[in-house]
Design a protein around this ligand. Sequence first.
Ligand code: JET
Length: 281
Amino acid sequence: MRIDVVSIFPEYLAPLELSLIGKARQDGLLELNVHDLRTFTTDKHRTVDDTPYGGGAGMVMKPEPWAQALESIAAARVAVTESGGSGSSQDGPAKQPVLVVPSPAGERFNQALAYELAEEEQLVFACGRYEGIDERVIEWSAEHFTVRPVSLGDYVLNGGEVAVLAMVEAIGRLLPGVVGNPESLVEESHSDGLLEYPVYTKPSSWRDRDVPAVLLSGNHGKIAQWRRHEQFRRTAERRPDLLAKFDAGGLTRADRTALGELGYDVVDGHLRHRPNDDVSD
Ligand code: JET
């Protein structure tokens, strides 16, 4: 996979040299280029922002430097594909790269979108700052890219850089060969629509707290059942929105019993929380 990131603070992306993603780059599994938007300006002051039409607080990112940056990235890709190898002449028309624009106004990023983006040949991330990028850049970009404004969550960051760090890590670890043991991708939060069960390691007793006895029992059936119950309990407590979306089709009798104790019934293949019988008057 090839990833390009455009930012006015390229140093913000330095952590992508480290750890798992840094290793993937060294191993040639991931090609990652960070571009400084200001190198695509033409004026003496390297201006990237201006006042908003219609008035209002803050500044808006100017379209011209963005067009220069994105055009050069799109052109670099054409140069690569035309030189042969994995070129379009042999493999049919090359797929448009995806332009991911971190924005509080985007579709929500989640594990499913991470898997989807991990299938792409090339991702380009455009880091907005100030009040955002001139909307015409987003419209015009559709000529060269499949454009996806993406939100990390319902809060506001000063710029897209931190969102890019999170998304590149979530996507990068799904690429073939990046995570040493691919089994560890299967048993993790959100892979089955539930939060993960709690985990413990040695010592079995620490500061008067004991590891749940079932985990020391050697009874693998009971351990699996306990972990599943803990997933339901945690999800009901912390993320009831996930249980409302949960496909209850594949639930076992034991699952239904556990969920029943938490106040959940299966209705039309979905989980529904039982109205409690508290009297309000
Ligand atoms: C964000 C992402 O704050 C977030 O993203 C960064 C950001 C900040 C300010 C402006 C901006 O503009 C993007 C744009 O898109 C067209 O102009 C982006 C919060 N959750 N996820």
